[in-house]
Design a protein around this ligand. Sequence first.
Ligand code: GDP
Length: 138
Amino acid sequence: MERTLSIIKPDGVSRGLIGEVIRRFEKNGIRIAAMKMIRLTRKQAQGFYAVHRERPFFDSLTQFMSSGPVVVMVLEGENVIEKNRTLMGATDPAKAAAGTIRRDFATEIEKNVVHGSDSPETAAFEIGYFFNRFEIVA
Ligand code: GDP
Protein backbone atom coordinates (compact mmCIF):
# COMPACT_ATOMS: atom_id res chain seq x y z
CA MET A 1 0.00 0.00 0.00
CA GLU A 2 1.35 3.37 -1.07
CA ARG A 3 0.48 7.00 -0.34
CA THR A 4 0.76 10.15 -2.42
CA LEU A 5 -0.09 13.82 -2.10
CA SER A 6 -2.68 15.33 -4.41
CA ILE A 7 -3.54 19.02 -4.71
CA ILE A 8 -6.50 20.48 -6.55
CA LYS A 9 -4.88 23.76 -7.58
CA PRO A 10 -6.54 27.21 -7.35
CA ASP A 11 -7.83 26.98 -10.94
CA GLY A 12 -9.47 23.62 -10.22
CA VAL A 13 -11.15 24.92 -7.05
CA SER A 14 -12.35 28.20 -8.59
CA ARG A 15 -13.70 26.44 -11.67
CA GLY A 16 -15.79 24.01 -9.60
CA LEU A 17 -13.77 20.87 -10.35
CA ILE A 18 -13.30 19.52 -6.80
CA GLY A 19 -16.11 16.99 -7.14
CA GLU A 20 -15.06 15.87 -10.61
CA VAL A 21 -11.44 15.26 -9.57
CA ILE A 22 -12.44 13.34 -6.44
CA ARG A 23 -14.98 11.32 -8.45
CA ARG A 24 -12.18 10.17 -10.76
CA PHE A 25 -10.04 9.10 -7.81
CA GLU A 26 -12.88 7.15 -6.17
CA LYS A 27 -14.02 5.60 -9.45
CA ASN A 28 -10.49 4.29 -9.94
CA GLY A 29 -10.26 2.61 -6.55
CA ILE A 30 -8.13 5.27 -4.88
CA ARG A 31 -8.89 5.88 -1.21
CA ILE A 32 -8.77 9.36 0.33
CA ALA A 33 -6.90 9.08 3.64
CA ALA A 34 -6.82 12.82 4.45
CA MET A 35 -8.26 15.99 2.98
CA LYS A 36 -8.49 19.72 3.72
CA MET A 37 -8.96 23.05 2.00
CA ILE A 38 -6.33 25.70 2.68
CA ARG A 39 -4.96 28.86 1.13
CA LEU A 40 -1.19 28.82 0.84
CA THR A 41 0.86 31.88 1.63
CA ARG A 42 3.49 32.81 -0.95
CA LYS A 43 6.18 31.50 1.41
CA GLN A 44 4.36 28.17 1.86
CA ALA A 45 4.07 27.79 -1.93
CA GLN A 46 7.78 28.59 -2.32
CA GLY A 47 8.66 25.97 0.32
CA PHE A 48 6.49 23.35 -1.33
CA TYR A 49 8.04 23.94 -4.77
CA ALA A 50 11.59 24.55 -3.47
CA VAL A 51 13.00 21.99 -5.96
CA HIS A 52 11.87 24.31 -8.77
CA ARG A 53 13.39 27.51 -7.33
CA GLU A 54 15.90 27.90 -10.20
CA ARG A 55 13.28 27.39 -12.91
CA PRO A 56 12.13 30.43 -14.91
CA PHE A 57 8.48 29.79 -13.97
CA PHE A 58 9.07 29.63 -10.18
CA ASP A 59 7.74 33.14 -9.39
CA SER A 60 4.72 32.73 -11.60
CA LEU A 61 3.99 29.23 -10.26
CA THR A 62 4.21 30.21 -6.58
CA GLN A 63 2.11 33.33 -7.24
CA PHE A 64 -0.53 31.14 -8.90
CA MET A 65 -0.47 28.49 -6.15
CA SER A 66 -1.08 31.14 -3.48
CA SER A 67 -3.76 32.99 -5.47
CA GLY A 68 -6.73 31.12 -3.98
CA PRO A 69 -7.79 28.07 -1.99
CA VAL A 70 -6.49 24.61 -2.80
CA VAL A 71 -7.67 21.17 -1.70
CA VAL A 72 -4.86 18.96 -0.42
CA MET A 73 -5.36 15.22 -0.08
CA VAL A 74 -3.46 12.12 0.90
CA LEU A 75 -4.39 9.36 -1.55
CA GLU A 76 -3.85 5.72 -0.68
CA GLY A 77 -3.79 2.57 -2.75
CA GLU A 78 -1.66 0.06 -4.55
CA ASN A 79 0.78 1.83 -6.88
CA VAL A 80 -1.13 5.06 -6.20
CA ILE A 81 1.74 7.42 -7.11
CA GLU A 82 1.84 6.16 -10.69
CA LYS A 83 -1.92 5.62 -10.84
CA ASN A 84 -2.57 9.23 -9.86
CA ARG A 85 0.03 10.51 -12.36
CA THR A 86 -1.74 8.51 -15.09
CA LEU A 87 -5.14 9.95 -14.15
CA MET A 88 -3.64 13.48 -14.10
CA GLY A 89 -1.94 13.29 -17.50
CA ALA A 90 1.17 15.14 -18.70
CA THR A 91 2.12 18.53 -17.22
CA ASP A 92 1.27 20.31 -20.47
CA PRO A 93 -2.43 19.70 -21.20
CA ALA A 94 -1.70 19.84 -24.94
CA LYS A 95 0.48 16.75 -24.49
CA ALA A 96 -1.76 14.96 -21.98
CA ALA A 97 -3.49 11.77 -23.10
CA ALA A 98 -7.20 11.76 -23.86
CA GLY A 99 -9.42 11.18 -20.85
CA THR A 100 -6.91 12.54 -18.32
CA ILE A 101 -7.79 15.31 -15.86
CA ARG A 102 -5.35 17.78 -17.41
CA ARG A 103 -6.40 17.02 -21.00
CA ASP A 104 -10.07 17.37 -20.10
CA PHE A 105 -9.85 20.48 -17.91
CA ALA A 106 -6.47 22.26 -17.83
CA THR A 107 -6.17 25.56 -19.69
CA GLU A 108 -2.35 25.87 -19.84
CA ILE A 109 0.90 24.28 -18.64
CA GLU A 110 0.85 26.24 -15.36
CA LYS A 111 -2.86 26.24 -14.58
CA ASN A 112 -3.16 22.51 -14.90
CA VAL A 113 -5.76 21.75 -12.19
CA VAL A 114 -3.93 19.10 -10.17
CA HIS A 115 -0.63 18.25 -8.53
CA GLY A 116 0.56 14.73 -7.71
CA SER A 117 3.79 13.53 -6.09
CA ASP A 118 6.17 11.93 -8.59
CA SER A 119 8.09 9.45 -6.40
CA PRO A 120 7.94 7.82 -2.94
CA GLU A 121 10.58 10.28 -1.65
CA THR A 122 8.65 13.29 -2.95
CA ALA A 123 5.39 11.87 -1.58
CA ALA A 124 6.88 11.53 1.92
CA PHE A 125 8.11 15.14 1.87
CA GLU A 126 4.88 16.52 0.41
CA ILE A 127 2.53 14.62 2.71
CA GLY A 128 4.58 15.77 5.71
CA TYR A 129 4.44 19.35 4.42
CA PHE A 130 0.65 19.46 4.90
CA PHE A 131 -0.44 16.71 7.28
CA ASN A 132 0.61 15.36 10.64
CA ARG A 133 0.13 11.70 11.45
CA PHE A 134 -3.12 12.29 13.38
CA GLU A 135 -4.74 13.83 10.30
CA ILE A 136 -4.16 10.77 8.12
CA VAL A 137 -6.89 8.19 8.63
CA ALA A 138 -5.63 4.63 8.30
P1 GDP B 1 4.16 18.07 -12.68
O1 GDP B 1 4.91 17.09 -11.84
O2 GDP B 1 3.46 17.43 -13.85
O3 GDP B 1 3.21 18.94 -11.88
O4 GDP B 1 5.23 19.06 -13.35
P2 GDP B 1 6.58 19.73 -12.81
O5 GDP B 1 7.00 19.15 -11.50
O6 GDP B 1 7.56 19.71 -13.93
O7 GDP B 1 6.18 21.26 -12.61
C1 GDP B 1 5.44 21.67 -11.47
C2 GDP B 1 4.37 22.64 -11.91
O8 GDP B 1 4.98 23.81 -12.43
C3 GDP B 1 3.47 22.15 -13.05
O9 GDP B 1 2.41 21.34 -12.63
C4 GDP B 1 2.97 23.45 -13.61
O10 GDP B 1 1.92 24.02 -12.82
C5 GDP B 1 4.19 24.34 -13.50
N1 GDP B 1 5.00 24.33 -14.71
C6 GDP B 1 5.76 23.30 -15.22
N2 GDP B 1 6.38 23.65 -16.36
C7 GDP B 1 6.03 24.95 -16.58
C8 GDP B 1 6.36 25.91 -17.59
O11 GDP B 1 7.12 25.61 -18.54
N3 GDP B 1 5.82 27.15 -17.46
C9 GDP B 1 5.00 27.51 -16.44
N4 GDP B 1 4.49 28.75 -16.39
N5 GDP B 1 4.67 26.63 -15.46
C10 GDP B 1 5.16 25.38 -15.54
